[in-house]
Design a protein around this ligand. Structure first.
Ligand SMILES: [Zn+2]
Length: 312
C-alpha cells in the first residue's frame, strides 16, 4: 500500500467512527425500531459546535441540538437511553451548565426515549400537545410493525405547545413553530434566531429517504408542504439541523424537496394506471435516487410503499 493509499484509508476509517452506520437496515421481520434502539447502544456520539452557543450531538437516534448558558442547557430532542453515557460526556465537554430544558420535535421514540432520564436530572420537557397525547397512550405504528406502550408520567412534556411560541433563554431568542401534519401530526421546528440555526425535526432527512408515519397523521403531501415551508423560511446562510443525517443547508433542503416531489409524481402516475402496490414497487420508481438516498433505514422499496399509501 502506498503512503497515499494508507492516508486515504485512515481518513475514511476515522470519518466513519463519527457517523451513524451508513447502512442500517432491519433484519428480515425485525422492526426498524428494534434495529435503531440496538444500534444506539453501541453508537459513538459526536459533538459539533455550530454557531453562537449552539452545538449538535449526532449518533443517538435523531440529531440533538444543544444551547448552553447560565439558564441551563437546553436540548432539542432526547435521543435514545442506550447512549446516555456518551451524551453526558458530550454535554460535559461543552460546559458545566446543568440540563434544565428539553424540547421534543415530535413524539417518535428516537427523539423521546431519553425524556425520562433527562427529566430525572432536571430537564423540564416541552412538546406539542400531540406529542404529549401520543406518548400518553398505547400507540401502534403500522409501517414499523411496532406498538409503543404509554410512556411513564415523568417522560411526558409538561409544557405543552398549542400555538407557536417565542422563548428567551441563555441570551438567545428561540422560535417554536408547529408544522401542519407532515412526518407526524406533532412536528415542530425550533429556530435559534440570533445564530440563524433551525432544527426542522423529521421533516428533513439529509441524504436519506424519510420515514412517514401515517399512523399518527403523516403523509407524503404533508412532507412536501413542510419541505416547501422549510425552503421558503431559510437563507443561504442558515444552518439546518435535520432530524437525521448530517448538518445541512438550503441547497440540500431544495434537493430533498425535489426528490420528494419527483418520486411522488412517479408513484402517483403508476397508481393511476391501476397498478397495485407491489407492481409499483417492482417498477422501481426510486431507481434514480436509490444510490444517494437509499442507504439508511428506509430503502427505495420501503419509501415507494410509504408514498403509494398517500397518493390517489
Ligand atoms: Zn420521526
Amino acid at each position: 500500500m502506498s503512503r497515499r493509499d494508507f492516508l486515504a484509508t485512515t481518513v475514511v476509517a476515522t470519518a466513519s467512527v463519527w457517523l451513524m452506520p451508513r447502512r442500517l437496515f432491519a433484519a428480515a421481520g425485525e422492526s426498524p425500531v428494534v434495529t435503531i434502539r440496538n444500534a444506539a447502544a453501541t453508537a459513538k456520539i459526536s459533538v459539533t459546535k455550530l454557531r453562537g452557543n449552539v452545538s449538535v450531538l449526532e449518533g443517538s437516534g435523531g440529531n440533538i441540538a444543544v444551547l448552553t448558558g447560565r439558564d441551563g442547557k437546553l436540548l432539542v430532542d432526547a435521543g435514545i437511553p442506550g447512549t446516555r453515557a456518551g451524551i453526558i460526556e458530550a454535554l460535559t465537554s461543552l460546559s458545566n451548565d446543568p440540563v434544565k430544558h428539553l424540547i421534543n420535535t415530535h413524539w417518535h421514540f428516537d427523539h423521546t426515549d431519553g425524556n425520562e432520564w433527562l427529566h430525572s436530572i432536571g430537564a423540564e420537557i416541552t412538546g406539542h400537545e400531540n406529542t404529549r397525547r401520543h406518548l400518553s397512550e398505547t400507540t401502534r405504528v403500522e409501517d414499523w410493525n411496532f406498538t409503543f406502550p404509554a410512556a411513564p408520567a415523568s417522560a411526558l412534556p409538561t409544557k405543552v405547545l398549542t400555538n407557536d411560541e417565542t422563548l428567551h433563554l441563555n441570551g438567545a431568542m428561540l422560535g417554536l413553530k408547529y408544522y401542519p401534519p407532515a412526518h407526524t401530526d406533532s412536528d415542530i421546528s425550533i429556530e435559534f434566531t440570533d445564530a440563524d440555526i433551525i432544527h426542522v425535526a423529521d421533516t428533513f432527512w439529509n441524504g436519506h429517504f424519510p420515514f412517514i408515519d401515517y399512523s399518527t397523521g403523516g403523509s407524503i403531501d404533508g412532507m412536501i408542504r413542510a419541505a416547501e415551508a422549510n425552503v421558503a423560511r431559510v437563507s443561504d446562510k442558515t444552518i439546518v439541523i435535520p432530524g437525521h443525517g448530517p448538518i445541512g443547508n438550503k441547497s440540500q433542503l431544495i434537493e430533498f424537496r425535489d426528490m420528494l416531489v419527483a418520486i411522488r409524481e412517479k408513484v402517483a402516475a403508476l397508481k393511476k394506471q391501476g397498478k397495485s402496490r407491489d407492481e409499483v414497487v417492482a417498477a422501481k420508481p426510486t431507481a434514480d435516487y436509490d444510490a444517494k438516498w437509499g442507504g439508511f433505514v428506509i430503502d427505495g422499496n420501503f419509501f415507494t410503499k410509504l408514498v403509494y399509501k398517500g397518493v390517489e
